[in-house]
Design a protein around this ligand. Structure first.
Ligand code: PMP
Length: 386
């Protein structure tokens, strides 16, 4: 038999999966690992999908997605974030934010083009760069800067070969955010270098403490920004596989060609669910957000009290907890915590080299579940000391 693609075979499996495969073979494990809401999709959203399915709306849609959905998306983004896009030519409804990220890389990259990937950051970015023949250039983020991008650090990693940068704020895994003032400091660098920025804003609605900010709010660089967003996190709709991307007309039409041949259109029933979510689901979003906030406050307080230094995350449903005081590396910490106390979290190095010395803890779990995990974690730390 002939050999498989070198590019595809060389990609490492996700460090998150590897760990959860191990946890799934054990009894009585409490997980704080998963990155999806514990809430069920609000029922009125499901009902809208059922209604359209039961009345025969079971076909392909326009490649870019139902126009009504694109219009609602644009209306929402204008009202909530002051981001302005044309529903006809600048929006594509995709199979989750995941497809949108892949489309960006395929549409932008030529072999050897460099893409700046924040480190630590979401596990899918580097593989999607590599699969599109790009070269990953890490930009290391630091806990003492709240995992933000600093202008001096950004300047250092831009070269003539840089085509794009992919960012994600609020951030998985750090919970870090960039404010409008933080972004203002890097605008000139982005403009002068002419690079594209793929801004994965999937956790935008889960911004706490300060308003959500985006590079797409700055007119002078808006044409260089591609906004990726979706329904998975804010509306608890991970299984519906519904996301979208917004970009300038020319880029969006190139992305749409790829989407057309590979996907045709996102699932029609999910699109009808999405229309209901974005039109009438905002109260649900706020209700879930309030609950996440309570859990965050409880968790961060308890982690710091037990001696695990943890920055206050201003978004998402993750905390990135510093475990360096234990003297263990991230993987050993997580493996021993799993074996000794049956608590599963994700080693920070799964998100890049700079994640070493941290673990990602998700609070997309009920407060009782989190409380039980915390008791076990405390016991684990006591046993380590003895
Ligand atoms: N971006 C980030 C930062 C994520 O955390 C995730 C999901 N874990 C995604 C994108 C993919 O989301 P979707 O379900 O929309 O494909």
């Amino acid at each position: 038999m002939k050999c498989l693609s070198t590019k595809a075979t060389s990609i490492k499996p996700s460090g998150i999966r590897k760990f959860f495969d191990l946890a799934s073979t054990m009894e009585g494990v409490i997980s704080l690992g998963v990155g999806e809401p514990d809430f069920a999709t609000p029922w009125h959203i499901c009902e809208n999908a059922i209604h359209y399915m039961s009345t025969g709306h079971t076909h392909y849609t326009a490649n870019r997605g139902l126009l009504e959905l694109r219009e609602e998306i644009c209306k929402f983004h204008k009202e909530h974030y002051n981001q302005v896009y044309d529903p006809e030519n600048e929006v594509i409804v995709t199979i989750g934010g995941s497809e949108a990220i892949d489309l960006c890389m395929r549409a932008l990259l030529n072999p050897g083009d460099e893409v700046i990937v924040l480190d630590p950051n979401y596990v899918a970015y580097a593989p999607s760069v590599i699969l599109s023949d790009g070269v990953v250039v890490p930009l290391k983020l630091k806990e003492e800067n709240d995992f933000k991008i600093l202008p001096e650090d950004l300047k250092k990693v831009i070269t003539p070969k840089t085509k794009a940068m992919i960012i994600n704020y609020p951030s998985n895994p750090t919970g870090g955010v960039m404010t409008k003032e933080d972004y203002a400091k890097i605008i000139d660098i982005i403009k002068e270098s002419g690079i594209y920025v793929i801004s994965d804003e999937i956790y935008a609605e889960l911004s706490f403490d300060q308003p959500f900010a985006s590079l797409a709010q700055f007119d002078e660089i808006k044409s260089q920004i591609i906004v990726v967003n979706g329904f998975s996190k804010a509306y608890a709709m991970t299984g519906w596989r519904l996301g979208y991307c917004m970009a300038n007309k020319e880029l969006s039409s190139v992305m749409n060609k790829i989407h057309q041949y590979v996907i045709m259109s996102a699932p029609v029933m999910s699109q009808y669910a999405g229309i209901e979510a974005i039109k009438n689901g905002y109260d649900d979003v706020l209700m879930m957000k309030e609950d996440y906030l309570k859990r965050r406050n409880f968790l961060v307080n308890r982690l710091n009290r037990m001696g695990l230094k943890t920055n206050m995350p201003h978004g998402t449903f993750y905390v990135f907890c510093n475990i360096q005081s234990t003297g263990l590396d991230s993987e050993t910490f997580c493996e021993r915590l799993l074996q000794e106390q049956k608590v599963a979290c994700v080693p920070g190095n799964a998100f890049g080299d700079s994640g070493e010395g941290y673990v990602r803890i998700s609070y997309a779990y009920s407060i009782d579940h989190i409380k039980e995990a915390i008791v076990r974690l405390e016991q684990f730390l006591k046993d380590l000391e003895n």
